[in-house]
Design a protein around this ligand. Structure first.
Ligand SMILES: Nc1ncnc2c1ncn2[C@@H]1O[C@H](COP(=O)(O)OP(=O)(O)O)[C@@H](O)[C@H]1O
Ligand SMILES: O=C(OP(=O)(O)O)[C@H](O)COP(=O)(O)O
Length: 438
């Protein structure tokens, strides 16, 4: 069963209807300003197409991982401002998720207007494991579509939901998953395009198929290795997760990022790799720093003696070393298919960007299919001066693309497909929710 798409919705007609759009606007900020607007640009086609067709567009998105409270550091205001700049349109920002501000702004939204709700993760129910809590929030979200604000509009205007947040489709969250059971639901163009490209990696990819993994979401990404080992020929491990591997091999890693409780899992991966199948290639040298800072003192040390340098056991690894860069570069250039997720080091600091730059450069020199996945990975290649066109595909989702490649079901996509089958009485439920929240 395939999900209904944005085209189906546009064909059905959206003029005057409230359409909730889940976008992934999780962009890096620097001093309160959007540092890389790739995800915003990628989200705009769906939002503007709906607005141009006369919909009242209510955008929902998250930024970072606030702990279920309204932390101003995670406000979507900078994203709203950037959206307004990029589109030349007014973008309203509600100061809450489904509270008085969201309800009032949504009710007063004109045809073709765009409203961005405040960070959905300011509400603890968004990410709750408790289904009833998430359902309650989703009902409040659905209710935002229920009243056009016009006294003539009875019965409640039929709202719709579009999921275009590819980067979040692997999350079982209220605005991604639960909401789709409450409103007629559609798959946005960005999600469709992403699935299209990634499906080329799950069929019969040209070999050698090399997967490069890095970044800082260590436990998320360690879990995906399990399945990737059955599919890829070679895994190159960099970024924060490499230290858990080195520790599992008996090396000291100082104050580097480490997930102690994952050591048994990683040990098992190394054992499986040794027994055949997938090769796991680990760094042989690391750039060890005195502190997590742009101007930290640093030196290159072999993995056997990472704590033997000037800062001993307080040193932390912030990038792969030069010998590793050469080895990883060769593996990538030899590959026919490469999927890369996660920077090799703390690329935000120039001193620790070399590993990430080498991997990016090697991908541009590969003649095979190259796919870069992940918000930070995409931001990294742009920050380092590469152009999107130098890669086969730059995916807006890191974790999402990894889980797709693993063959795991994606809750956001499943929910859309279920909505298509008429799962329960989606439209009635939306109507009920609208009444309940009114
Ligand atoms: N050795 C390391 N120690 C700490 N952080 C690291 C290390 N290597 C990479 N990082 C950080 O990982 C972050 C990106 O990780 P992640 O969010 O997992 O990537 P993506 O968004 O591409 O999936 C970057 O901000 C980078 O600074
Ligand atoms: O940045 C994201 O994912 P990514 O870092 O895996 O690309 C998405 O916005 C999802 O965010 P989350 O991993 O906090 O749920």
């Amino acid at each position: 069963m395939t999900a209904k798409t944005l085209d189906d919705l546009l064909e059905a007609g959206v003029a005057g209807r409230h359409v909730l759009v889940r976008s992934d606007l999780n962009v890096p900020l620097e001093d309160g300003v959007v540092a890389d607007d790739g995800r915003i640009r990628a989200s705009l086609p769906v939002i503007t197409a709906l607005a141009d067709a006369g919909a009242r567009v209510v955008v929902m998105a998250h930024l970072g991982r606030p702990k279920g409270t309204a932390d101003p550091a995670y406000s979507l205001r900078p994203a709203a401002e950037r959206m307004a700049e990029l589109t030349g349109r007014k973008v309203r920002l509600a100061t809450d998720v489904t509270g008085a501000s969201a309800r009032e702004e949504s009710a007063n939204l004109p045809d073709g207007g765009i409203l961005l709700l405040e960070n959905v993760r300011f509400d603890p129910r968004e990410t709750s494991k408790d289904e009833a809590e998430r359902a309650a929030l989703a009902a409040e979200m659905a209710a935002l579509t229920g009243d056009s604000g016009s006294s003539e509009s009875a019965p409640a205007t039929q709202g719709a939901y579009v999921d275009d947040a590819f980067g979040a489709v692997h999350r079982r969250h209220a605005s991604v998953y639960d909401i789709a059971g409450l409103l007629p639901s559609y798959q946005g163009g960005l999600v469709s395009r992403e699935l299209d490209v990634l499906s080329r990696l799950t069929g019969e990819p040209d070999r050698p198929y090399v997967v490069v993994l890095g970044g800082s979401k260590v436990s998320d990404k360690l879990a995906v290795i399990d399945n990737l080992m059955d599919r890829a020929d070679t895994l190159l491990i960099g970024g924060g997760m490499l230290f858990t591997f080195l520790k599992a091999q008996g090396h000291e890693v100082g104050a580097s990022l480490l997930e102690e409780d994952q050591i048994p899992v990683v040990t098992e991966y190394l054992k499986r790799a040794e027994e055949g199948g997938c090769r796991i290639v680990l760094p042989t040298d690391i750039v060890m720093a005195s502190a997590f800072a742009a101007d930290a003192e640093h030196e290159v040390l072999p993995v056997e003696s990472l704590t033997s340098g000037a800062h001993g056991a307080s040193a932390l690894g912030l990038d792969i070393g030069p010998e590793t860069r050469v080895a990883f570069g060769e593996e990538i250039r030899r590959a026919e298919t490469v999927f890369w997720n996660g920077p090799m080091g703390v690329f935000e600091f120039e001193a620790f960007a070399h590993g990430t730059r080498t991997v990016a450069q090697s991908l541009t020199e590969s003649t095979g299919l190259t796919v870069v996945g992940g918000g930070d990975s995409a931001a990294a290649v742009r920050a380092l001066g590469f152009d999107d066109g130098q890669f086969g595909h730059i995916s807006t989702g890191g974790g999402a693309s990894l889980e797709y490649l693993e063959g795991k079901p994606l809750p956001g996509i499943d929910a859309l497909e279920r909505s298509t089958t008429g799962h329960g009485t989606a439209q009635d439920a939306g109507h009920d929710a609208a009444q309940a929240g009114a």
